[in-house]
Design a protein around this ligand. Structure first.
Ligand SMILES: [Zn+2]
Length: 121
């Protein structure tokens, strides 16, 4: 089997230092003078790695949080409510999201209704 000579050192396995005249073992063929397969084309590992950045965050089936400014504010009032239990807060926020999806926004009547519950006590 015939080997091609190393293209970096020309086959002598050592490369001369242009400045000092001393020679060092060829980094490409490691002194063998033969062109290694790996040296033929350096694999750019950083570019062939599967990109983790492109792994998009799995989108939920539907919006879980309000999208309108009124809804967001209302949800904050519900979350910060001192009189509502955790499950009631979850239910109310779900109501806000549901209300938004059906009405496109939070109606004043709805906001009042939710606020009344969040502030009751
Ligand atoms: Zn070489």
């Amino acid at each position: 089997m015939e080997f091609e000579t190393c293209r970096m050192c020309g086959g002598d396995g050592r490369i001369g230092n242009a400045l000092g005249g001393s020679s060092a073992t060829c980094p490409s063929c490691h002194g063998s003078g033969r062109r290694a397969d790996a040296a033929y084309g350096f694999h750019d590992v950083t570019k062939t790695k599967p990109s983790h950045h492109r792994a998009a965050v799995a989108a939920p089936a539907g919006p879980r949080t309000p999208v309108t400014s009124e809804g967001v504010q209302l949800a904050q009032e519900v979350t910060g409510s001192a009189v509502l239990a955790a499950d009631a807060k979850t239910r109310l926020i779900a109501e806000i999201v549901n209300h938004e999806s059906t009405h496109g926004r939070c109606t004043k009547t709805f906001i009042k209704k939710v606020r009344k519950q969040a502030r009751a006590g």
